[in-house]
Design a protein around this ligand. Structure first.
Ligand code: IMP
Length: 509
C-alpha cells in the first residue's frame, strides 16, 4: 500500500503540468522505459474493482446497452475481469442477466431442482426427458422445503418398479452427506471427495434446503484449465450491475442484492451531485455487505466526497468516451490522464480503488491509466462490435459492423428512462432532449476474448518495459513524458500504407 506522504516521480511531473495550467490525456503522454528483469509473461495483473471485489485482470466492461449483458459479463469474468450489466433494462430483466452470469459455471446452485416424496420414479423420468435435464440426482423435499432425503441416479437405475415413490427409494437425510449453511466451493469439493458423493445439499438449522453443490461442476472449477476465472466464494463468476439514483436505484439494489450481485455501480454522468451522494449513503446503510462503486467524477474533491459518503470504488471519467459529446456540448471536463491522477492521488492510502472509465482506444492507454493511479479500466468502444456485445452484425460500405452508441445519445435516451436519468433529463419530453453522446457503428471484431487477450498482452508488455512486476509497482515507478503532436504521430504507424490491420491495431478511425 502506498503511503499518503510518499512523493513519487509522477507527482512532480503532474505538479509541474498543473502549474502550467495544463491537463493531459492519453495522446499527450507516454511512460519512460526502465531497466527490466521482468518478462511480459511474468507480469501479474491482479487488481481490484472496489474494496472487496478483486480482479485477476484489470478490465471492466461498460454498463452500456450495446456493451454489457450476460454474454459480455461472462467473457470478462472468465478472463479475470468483470462486466457491469447496464441499467437500460427493466429491473427484473437486469436481475435475469446477473443470474445468467452467476449460473454459468454452476458453482453453488441456489435453487436446485427438487422432487416431492410422493413423485414416482416414472414421473421423475418423464420430467427428466421433458425438461432435457442432464442430471439424475435430486433432493427430496416436503412442502415447507425441508430436506427429507436424496434420490440419486443409482436409486432410479436400480429401482425394481417405476411406480415406487421417491420417498421410498431415497437415502434419508440422516444417512446422507449434507453440509450446514454457507460453505465455499473449495470446502464442498473436499467434503464430496472425502465421502465420494456426487452431490452435496446445503441445509439450514431447520433442515431446509438452501443450496446444492454438484461434484462435476465444482471439480471443473477447482481443478479446471483456467486459472483466470474471476469467481466468488461459491465458485460462481463475479458480476456487477449499474443503478441510478433515488427510488429506482433502491428497488434495483434490493433485487440485485438478493440475487447475489457482487458490486453495485452508481453510474451517472455527474457523480458529485446531491442525488448520487444521498443514494450512496442510503445504500451503504441498507446493504453494508455489498461494495458500491460510484461515479463519474474527474476532480480530486469530488472523489473525496464520494469516499466520505461510503464509496468502495470511484469511477473517473467525464467526457473522455469515444461516443461522448459532453465536453463539447457542456464545455466541461478534465482530460482523462490528469483526472485519473488527481483522483487517485486524493484517495491514496484510503483503500478505495479507482476505475478509469472511457477513452481507452489502445492497450497502451490502459497502461497509462494504471500508471496514473487507476486500479482498473472500463472499456466501451474496445469491446463494441464483438460477438458478445448486444446487437446484430450488418454491412456498411461492404464492411461488417455493429452498432455502438452513447447512453446519452438521442436514441438511447428516447428508448430508456435510465439513459435520460444518467444525463439529468429524467423529466424531459422526447422532443426536448439534449444529447451528450452520438450513435455510431464500429467494425465487427469477432470474439471479445481476442480483444481481452490483446489488451492484457499490451498491458503485460507495458509493465515489462517499465520494469514493473505488478500494477502497484507500475504506479510507484511510473515516470511520464509529455509528448508533442509530432511525438504522437511518431508513436503511430506512419509513412506507410497499412495493408493489413493488426489484431491490436485497427488503425485510426
Ligand atoms: P469508451 O470506452 O471510450 O467507448 O467510453 C465508454 C464510457 O463512456 C462509458 O463507460 C461511459 O462512462 C461513457 N459514456 C457512455 N455513453 C456516453 C454518452 O452518451 N455520453 C458521454 N459519455 C458516455
Amino acid at each position: 500500500m502506498l503511503k499518503q506522504d510518499l512523493v513519487l516521480k509522477k507527482d512532480k511531473f503532474f505538479e509541474k503540468i498543473e502549474t502550467l495550467g495544463l491537463a493531459l490525456s492519453y495522446g499527450d503522454v507516454r511512460l519512460r522505459t526502465s531497466h527490466s528483469e521482468i518478462a511480459p509473461s511474468q507480469v501479474k495483473l491482479s487488481s481490484r474493482f472496489s474494496r472487496r471485489v478483486p480482479l485477476k485482470a484489470p478490465l471492466i466492461s461498460a454498463p452500456m446497452d450495446m456493451i454489457t449483458e450476460h454474454k459480455m459479463a461472462i467473457a470478462l469474468a472468465v478472463s479475470g475481469g468483470l462486466g457491469i450489466i447496464h441499467r437500460a433494462l427493466k429491473p427484473e430483466d437486469q436481475v435475469k442477466e446477473v443470474s445468467r452470469v452467476k449460473f454459468y459455471l454452476n458453482g453453488l446452485i441456489e435453487k436446485p431442482i427438487c422432487v416431492s416424496p410422493k413423485d414416482t420414479i416414472a414421473g421423475v423420468l418423464k420430467m427428466i426427458k421433458e425438461k432435457n435435464y442432464s442430471f439424475r440426482s435430486f433432493p427430496v423435499i416436503d412442502v415447507k422445503g425441508k430436506l427429507l432425503g436424496l434420490m440419486s441416479s443409482n436409486d432410479i437405475e436400480f429401482c425394481p418398479d417405476n411406480n415406487y415413490r421417491a420417498g421410498r427409494v431415497m437415502t434419508k437425510t440422516k444417512d446422507a452427506v449434507t453440509a450446514k449453511g454457507a460453505i465455499s466451493f473449495k470446502q464442498a469439493y473436499d467434503i464430496m471427495r472425502k465421502n465420494k458423493k456426487k452431490i452435496l445439499p446445503l441445509i439450514d438449522k431447520q433442515n431446509k434446503l438452501v443450496g446444492m453443490y454438484v461434484y462435476s461442476d465444482v471439480k471443473r472449477i477447482v481443478s479446471g484449465g483456467s486459472p483466470w476465472l474471476n469467481i466468488d466464494a461459491n465458485g460462481n463468476l463475479r458480476v456487477g450491475a449499474a443503478i441510478g439514483v433515488g427510488e429506482d436505484a433502491y428497488e434495483r439494489a434490493g433485487m440485485l442484492a438478493e440475487r447475489g450481485v457482487d458490486v453495485l455501480v452508481i453510474d451517472t454522468a455527474h457523480g458529485d451531485s446531491k442525488a448520487v451522494l444521498e443514494t450512496l449513503k442510503q445504500l451503504k446503510k441498507d446493504y453494508p455487505e455489498i461494495d458500491i462503486v460510484a461515479g463519474n467524477v474527474s476532480e480530486a474533491e469530488s472523489a473525496k466526497r464520494l469516499v466520505q459518503a461510503g464509496a468502495d470504488g470511484v469511477k473517473v471519467g467525464q467526457g473522455p468516451g469515444s461516443i461522448c459529446t459532453t465536453r463539447v456540448v457542456a464545455g466541461i471536463g478534465c482530460p482523462q490522464v490528469t483526472a485519473i491522477y488527481n483522483c487517485a492521488r486524493a484517495l491514496r492510502g484510503s483503500g478505495v480503488s479507482i476505475c478509469a472509465d472511457g477513452g481507452i482506444e489502445y492497450s497502451g492507454d490502459a497502461t497509462v491509466a494504471l500508471a496514473a493511479g487507476a486500479d482498473s479500466v472500463m472499456l466501451g468502444q474496445m469491446l463494441a462490435g464483438t460477438n458478445e456485445a448486444p446487437g446484430e452484425v450488418f454491412m456498411r460500405n461492404d464492411l461488417p459492423v455493429k452498432k455502438y452508441r452513447g447512453m446519452g445519445s438521442l436514441a438511447a435516451m428516447q428508448e430508456s428512462q435510465a439513459a435520460k436519468e444518467r444525463y439529468g433529463q429524467k423529466y424531459s419530453g422526447q422532443d426536448k432532449l439534449v444529447p451528450e453522446g452520438v450513435e455510431a457503428v464500429v467494425p465487427y471484431k469477432g470474439a471479445a476474448a481476442n480483444i481481452i487477450f490483446q489488451t492484457l498482452g499490451g498491458l503485460r508488455s507495458g509493465l515489462s518495459y517499465t520494469g514493473a512486476a505488478d500494477i502497484k509497482e507500475l504506479q510507484a515507478k511510473a515516470d511520464f513524458y509529455y509528448i508533442s503532436s509530432a511525438g504522437l504521430s511518431e508513436s503511430h504507424p506512419h509513412g506507410i500504407i497499412m495493408e493489413k490491420e493488426a489484431p491490436n491495431y485497427l488503425g485510426r478511425i
